[in-house]
Each structure stands twice: as C-alpha cells, then as structure tokens.
Write a protein that binds this ligand. Sequence first.
Ligand SMILES: *[C@@H]1O[C@H](CO)[C@@H](O)[C@H](O)[C@H]1NC(C)=O
Ligand SMILES: *[C@@H]1O[C@H](CO)[C@@H](O)[C@H](O)[C@H]1NC(C)=O
Length: 214
Amino acid sequence: MMKTIAVLFLALGCCLCEPQNSGHIQQSGGSTSSCIPCSCPKDDDYLARKVALLESKLQKTEKDVSELRSLVEGRPQVAFSAALLDSGNGNVGPFPGATPLKYKKVFSNTGSSYNPSTGIFTALVKGMYFFRLSMFNQQIPTPKSVVNLMKNSQIVATIWDMGGTDLNDTGSNAVVIPLDVGDNVYVQLMAAAIIYDDSNLSLTTFTGFLLFTM
Ligand SMILES: *[C@@H]1O[C@H](CO)[C@@H](O)[C@H](O)[C@H]1NC(C)=O
Ligand SMILES: *[C@@H]1O[C@H](CO)[C@@H](O)[C@H](O)[C@H]1NC(C)=O
C-alpha cells in the first residue's frame, strides 16, 4: 500500500519524502494541488531508497510479464477432425454389440489426442472441450442408424435415424464438456446399426478441440 502511494506521488511529479515519526509519506515540489509541501533532502540516501523502490517495482513487473508469457506460450493446443472412411464408400456395421467407430480419414490431429486405430480421443490436459459428430444414413438396406457420443462408459449425446425408407438422411450433434486427464471420448455405433460414409464426400465425421484448460 505504501509503495503504491509512493509510486502514485512520483507519477504526479511530487517529491517522495522520508517517512517522519508517524511513518506517513509526505511530498512536495509538484504543481498538483493535492501535494502537501515538505522539505525533501535529495541526498544519496534518499536517491538510494528511491532506486530501491523502483527496482522492486520493476522486479514485480518482470515477474508478471514472465508469468503471462508462460501462460500464453504454454497453452496446450488440442484439435482433431476425422471422417469415417479414408478409401471407398459403403456402410460400416452392423456389429453384434455396441462398437467404437474408427474414423480413419484424419484431417487434423494437433496434440495427438485422437487415435485413429481405436477411434478414441484421450484427454491429455484437464479442460473444457467441444465435440461434434455427424452421421449419414443411406438406408440401403434399411437397418437403423444410431450413434452415441461417449465419455468413458457414459452416453453424452445421441443421433437416431430409425424408421422410414427415405434415402440419405444426415444428423449431427455437438456438446461442450469438461474432461479430466485420461478421460476417453469416442463415438459408439449401437448394436445392429449401420452408418454410411463416402471417402470423397466425408459425410460422417468426428471433431473435437480444447476450448480452455481448467
Ligand atoms: C473418389 O474420387 C476419385 C477421383 O475422382 C475416384 O477415382 C474414386 O473412384 C472416388 N471414390 C469413390 C468412393 O467415389
Ligand atoms: C444418395 O446419396 C448418394 C451419394 O452417397 C447419391 O449418389 C444418391 O443420388 C443419393 N440419392 C438420393 C435419393 O438422394
């Protein structure tokens, strides 16, 4: 508090005086009317204290700058996006049980949190993440298409296309969720369901990125 007041007076062009018996700071020499006149012995001792004050202020500023720099430079970069098929076209499934989808056509994978050989995204930093999935259903043949966005073994969001004989339905969903280090996020195709993709069109995709660390 004292240092703040002293620096403020310096900034106003006032003279910082040696604290008297009371320990209060007085000042003079400035044109500002709020300055209280006093005599300021500008001896070596006074200048040494003034330099020490500025030095400690500078050290604090340098520390703040270095903390801010490490925050910006150390910010983890996590982003991935992938489509289901990297060659050909056709349905994936049906499988007898719920199965994680392996999105093979990787558009981006900064931070390598997404594993295309398992289809699983694993959080390497604790934070708030955005995920989006889209699903294409050609309905030829006509079993259902159901996919779940999973966090570990919990369903977070779902896309359904169950009935009807209409062709070429598409659906999407997105969430923002907190993840701890080691949490797994993936898309699960439900038992007996199918999903369609065309590697030239990338109709069925899975995307995620870190919004901010926590
Ligand atoms: C994708 O495009 C290439 C080049 O046009 C073509 O040769 C290939 O057959 C296409 N693949 C599919 C699955 O349509
Ligand atoms: C369905 O999509 C396929 C491409 O996957 C396209 O060739 C076909 O014309 C579409 N059919 C209809 C009825 O929209």
